[in-house]
Ligand binder design. Structure first.
Ligand code: NDP
Ligand code: 2IT
Length: 451
């Protein structure tokens, strides 16, 4: 039984969302989580109800779907789908990553674009929300194949984006290499050098700390949550999932702050290293994943650690969990196991890594739970800083960007505390992030009329 006094309104709203967006399960899931927090708030603030803000915010301003033909090294032709969801531009240009992964579909990208609207609002920077990508699988492809794909993708996308319109960046399967290929094609087609993408190389408009930002921000957010219980990372055991961009820098920052990170994973399994993945081992992982593009199980051979095939790391005892791979990677049973084993802090680097059942376990157990749209906002926030530097044609130092990122994460945490603190003092970060992210966008939509 739900304890939401507005469950009937939530159910009615969700019935319409499901009918209008049939089969888009991840999108339904993301909207449902937000609706559960927001409908009670909207009932108390009727101006949002009359303006139908929630209904409007759940419908993308524009969806672009296109063909991406490309040729592999053997001369065979392949056709992928390309997407860009332009979700909401009430407070700034559409902003959000591109995901290249075989599972990509409309529903996944709409969930990501929807989350992005709230996340970008929370950063305090003027960015709307968007997301895009392709069902292209970069795994096992040569650099030349990836380049031809990226060029073909941009040959269509370029006409829909721009530094004041829509500014994509990376996500799963899209890192510095892919951003470079896409930026080159955009520049050629438009004959202009602008900050149309973020996550660029440092010599051609990129920002220091952008590669680190999501993982660092996730750990800074966890630090703020831990501080509410007068503790920190020192001496704690942390489990990390994934071994890509976010996982690598979450591991680095958590280790720097005195934690011992004992797991990393990929889609095939996880490694468990009770001695901890220190700076030297992490450097080896970075080379393995970013240069050799190998599998995480190779870590186990190299460092004599355990490799657990086909499983996720949530069965390992920890104080702090840092999910950093993908959506729905912690289910209800895994959340119960985490809590049973003593985990009291979950800070999400991935987008929507916890299922609704897992979130209920965290909230019912009153552990510290930082949802992705708050905890992983450091990546897009630093993208926002990259946009500012590009507009000013200047570059801040590493220390300056890191300081700004840190301040933004502290402020996101404060905003969550403001909107999410319950009567008994428990901070419900889900509610805090949803309401805190909503208010600015909703007020801007009302101010700008029925558009
Ligand atoms: P990467 O492509 O660099 O790494 C992704 C990692 O997650 C890899 O280890 C990958 O393993 C694993 N993974 C991907 N899909 C699955 C799956 N279906 N099941 C299990 N493991 C999987 O991506 P990022 O590190 O950039 O992104 C990780 C998460 O963080 C995503 O949820 C993304 O949306 C989110 N995020 C990223 C931001 C960024 O700035 N990059 C910002 C905010 C959020 P394998 O190699 O086997 O596929
Ligand atoms: O999910 C995300 O916030 C990202 N993938 C980063 C988006 C961005 O524009 O930097």
């Amino acid at each position: 039984m739900s304890n939401n006094p507005f469950q009937q309104q939530v159910d009615e709203f969700m019935a319409k969302i499901k009918a209008k967006n049939a089969g888009e399960l991840e999108f339904h899931q993301a909207v449902m989580e937000v609706a559960e927090s927001l409908i009670p708030f909207i009932e108390e603030n009727p101006k949002y109800k009359h303006a139908k803000i929630l209904e409007r915010i759940a419908e993308p301003e524009r969806v672009i779907l296109f063909r991406v033909p490309w040729m592999d090294d053997k001369g065979e032709i392949h056709i992928n789908k390309g997407y860009r969801i332009e979700m909401n531009s009430a407070i700034g240009p559409y902003k959000g990553g591109l995901r290249f992964h075989p599972t990509v579909n409309l529903g996944i990208l709409k969930f990501l674009a929807f989350e992005q609207v709230f996340k970008n609002s929370l950063t305090t920077l003027p960015m709307g929300g968007g997301k895009g990508g392709s069902d292209f699988d970069p795994k096992g492809k040569t650099d030349n194949e990836v380049m031809r794909f990226c060029q073909s993708f941009m040959m269509e996308l370029f006409r829909h984006i721009g530094p004041n319109t829509d500014v994509p960046a990376g996500d799963i399967g899209v890192g510095g290499r892919e951003i470079g290929f896409m930026f080159g094609m955009y520049r050629r087609l438009k004959n202009e050098f602008t900050g149309v993408l973020t996550g660029k190389g440092l010599d051609w408009g990129g920002s220091l700390i952008r590669p680190e930002a999501t993982g660092y921000g996730q750990v800074y957010f966890a630090q703020e949550m831990l501080a509410t219980r007068k503790t920190d990372f020192k001496g704690k055991i942390a489990t990390v999932s994934g071994s890509g961009n976010v996982a690598q820098f979450a591991t680095q920052k958590a280790t720097e702050l005195g934690a011992k990170v004992v797991t990393l994973s990929d889609s095939e399994g996880y490694v468990y290293d009770p001695a901890g993945i220190d700076a030297e081992k992490l450097a080896w992982v970075m080379h393995l994943k970013n240069v050799k593009r190998g599998r995480i199980k190779e870590y186990a051979q190299k460092y004599k650690a355990d490799y657990v095939d086909g499983k996720r790391p949530w069965e390992v005892k920890c104080d702090i969990a840092l999910p950093s791979a993908t959506q729905n990677e912690i289910n209800g049973d895994e959340a119960k196991l985490l809590v049973k084993n003593g985990c009291y802090c979950v800070s999400e680097g991935a987008n929507m890594p916890s299922t609704p059942e897992a979130i209920s376990v965290y909230i019912d157990s009153k552990i510290l739970y930082g949802p992705g749209k708050a905890a992983n906002a450091g990546g897009v926030a630093t993208s926002g800083l990259e946009m500012s530097q590009n507009s000013m044609r200047m570059a801040w130092s590493r220390e300056e960007v890191d300081q700004k990122l840190h301040t933004i994460m502290v402020n996101i945490h404060k905003n969550c505390v403001k909107w999410g603190t319950e009567q008994d003092g428990f901070i419900n970060y889900v509610r805090g992030a949803n309401i805190g992210g909503f208010v600015k966008v909703a007020d801007a939509m009302i101010a700008q009329g029925l558009i």
